[in-house]
Design a protein around this ligand. Structure first.
Ligand code: AGP
Length: 616
């Protein structure tokens, strides 16, 4: 949550920072601000609302300095006001600070600082940290330490409890910047005569592909030509310079109206990228390069636990179905936020998995750390290279789907489903899944991108349905077996971007309570693929119809529903069980998207949400 960017270089900082803020806006969009060091003082402009508002404000008084920082906020401490927006300036005017995270002990810090004469204009924990840095900075006036601002930030952070990704500058030290992280991501971008620090790669790729991923507990001193990383204990850190493999175009909308639309339609290619090079030569199983666990060790696993949040948890639930079905090993799925506090017993020979698109979700990270603390090996499925989850896991699988910018996860979700299905195949082939079943399975997975292309052809039809259903206040999503998690996902997608109340349920469970909601005002989206339990699903549909409930049925090609049972029908291709959840996700993504557009909602930046939830 919150996007931060700092720039020290030779070009005007403000245009680059504003551009970067637009790319980071998906991380939080309550308010934004920029601070530029020019003519021996900080020029600070802050505004509630979107970066576009800030741009208008900045245009009124041009900012020409070449050192500066910007922030886009997702409020934690203090309401959404101009005063609470970042950057914050210390009351002595010396230090400017932007921050992503939560300083938990800011109350006691503030009491102390008030006794020292510091004053406060906002309700934020960040302003308190900023003044604490200024306090140490003032004390450092005669210090022999090489850099006064670095020393002050380090000393302040030694007192800080909580999480932070911060960038600080002193008014006396033009061209110098200090950044540090604990629990909130920070990346350095190394340019030609310029250095950048930002929350994620999207803000940097326009200028450089060379990046350094900072680790928790590290602090960096930057100038336009140099950077030096140390730990809070002043140990030197040798940087590892990585090359980003995606380009600016990957993080741009192109001809689409929204990132979500772009990412929905990108899914065939995203799936191809996620599976590339990951099938065995004999075409009967999957291969993963980075698991860091031998086939023998895998063979000894007797149980899996998967932890994640939101959409990623739904992907875990589908993976549970696939592993239990094709590899016959018990799997447990848990909300990462619950797992971390529940102290649930884990079995011997359990392999722990987390899934996280961003690799920065704090609850998922906490679950990973808790499992590691208990001595378990933890593997991760994640999309963001160099993310904290990727670094802290013992091994894992990258999704390789490029940046996902829309707050509502789409291509990351279907690639997680694909990887889950590939895992089930990999484990299944070590056990009882035969060579020929493996070959069929691989063929089916390889066909997934084309099946998704065909499902996407339904877009105009789904858009027309969306127009008819956009004004309902409630909706149910009902599915069975591997499509129950897709029902949960459909409901989550709809509520997060259109603000329609929606619930996902196992179709047959509906009659144990939710059926009370059914009336002509509460439509149901039913997944009804061909298969052994189709008749049971049809019975559930009849129960809804008998109560005047409208039905949107998502069926596979071979299904014939009784005449008049469904009010709307969306047909998706027949496919292998392992691929069905991927293909069935497409119509609910499109339905949610078009309903949200029809309602005039801000699809890519839904209210109250942020793309990556890095606070508890
Ligand atoms: C998805 O549409 C949501 N925005 C949200 O549920 C998300 O999936 C969740 O916060 C987990 O994010 P992660 O995959 O980055 O960990």
């Amino acid at each position: 949550m919150c996007g931060i960017i700092g720039y020290v270089g030779k070009q005007k900082a403000a245009p680059f920072i504003l551009e970067g803020l637009k790319r980071l806006e998906y991380r939080g969009y309550d308010s934004t601000g920029v601070a530029i060091l020019q003519n021996g003082a900080f020029s600070i402009v802050k505004k509630i609302g979107r970066v576009a508002n800030l741009e208008k404000e900045v245009a009124k008084a041009p900012l020409n300095g070449t050192f500066g920082m910007g922030h886009t906020r997702w409020a934690t401490h203090g309401g959404v006001t101009d005063a609470n927006a970042h950057p914050h300036l210390s009351s002595d005017g010396k230090i400017v600070l932007i921050h992503n995270g939560v300083i938990e002990n800011y109350g006691s810090m503030k009491k102390f600082l008030l006794t020292k004469g510091y004053t406060f204009e906002s309700e934020t924990d960040t302003e308190v940290l900023c003044n604490l840095i200024a306090y140490h900075y003032a004390k450092e006036a005669d210090s022999a330490e090489e850099n006064r601002c670095l020393a002050a930030v380090r000393k302040a952070l030694l007192h800080a409890e909580g999480t932070y990704g911060i960038v600080a500058m002193s008014v006396d030290l033009p061209g110098e910047m200090v950044a540090a992280r604990k629990g909130s991501p920070l990346i350095l971008g190394l340019g030609d005569g310029e250095n950048i620090v930002a929350s994620d790669v999207s803000a940097i790729v326009a200028r450089t592909q060379s990046v350094v991923y900072l680790k928790d507990g590290e602090i960096v001193h930057l100038t336009p030509k140099e950077f030096r990383i140390t730990t809070l204990d002043q140990e030197s850190v040798a940087p590892f310079v990585d090359q980003v493999t995606w380009s600016v175009a990957d993080a741009e909308m192109g001809t689409y109206a929204h990132f979500m639309e772009k990412e929905i339609f990108e899914q065939p290619i995203a799936l191809e990228n996620a599976m590339r090079g990951r099938f065995s030569e004999d075409g009967s199983t999957a291969n993963f390069g980075g698991l860091n666990i031998s086939a023998g060790e895998f063979r000894g696993i007797e149980r899996f636990t998967f932890c994640a949040c939101g959409t990623a948890l739904h992907a875990c639930m589908v993976t549970e179905h696939m592993i239990e079905r094709f590899a016959r090993i018990p799997v447990e799925c848990d909300y990462a936020s619950e797992f971390r506090y529940r102290n649930s017993p884990l079995f011997r020979n359990t392999l722990f998995f987390v899934m996280s698109q961003s690799g920065e979700t704090i609850d998922t990270l906490a679950a990973l750390r808790e499992a590691k603390r208990k001595g378990y090996k933890v593997l991760a499925v994640t999309n963001v290279v160099g993310s904290t989850v990727a670094r802290e896991a013992d091994g894992g699988i990258y999704q390789h789907v490029g940046p996902e910018i829309g707050v509502a996860s789409t291509k990351a979700f279907t690639s997680q489903l694909l990887i889950g299905a590939m895992l089930a195949l990999y484990i299944g082939r070590m056990r009882d899944l035969s060579f020929s079943d493996g070959v069929d399975y691989v063929r089916a997975l390889k066909g997934a991108p084309d099946l998704v292309r065909r499902a996407l052809e339904q877009a105009p039809h789904i858009q027309a349905i969306a127009r008819r259903y956009a004004r309902y206040a409630d909706m149910l999503f009902l599915g069975r077996l591997s499509l129950f998690p897709i029902a949960l996902e459909g409901a989550l997608k709809l509520k997060e971007i259109s603000y329609i109340h929606a619930e996902g349920y196992p179709a047959a469970e509906m009659k144990h309570g939710p059926i009370a909601l059914i009336s002509a005002d509460c439509p149901s989206v039913f997944f009804a693929p061909s298969g052994e339990i189709l008749n049971k699903i049809i019975s559930s549909m009849q129960e809804i119809k008998a109560r005047q409930g409208r039905i949107i049925a998502i069926i596979t090609e071979r299904v014939e529903l009784p005449a008049g049972l469904a009010d709307e029908i969306i047909v998706i291709p027949e496919c292998h069980e392992a691929v069905l959840p991927i293909v069935a996700s497409i119509p609910v993504q499109l339905l949610s998207y078009y309903i949200a557009v029809e309602r005039g909602c801000d699809v890519d930046k839904p209210r109250n949400l942020a793309k990556s939830v890095t606070v508890e």
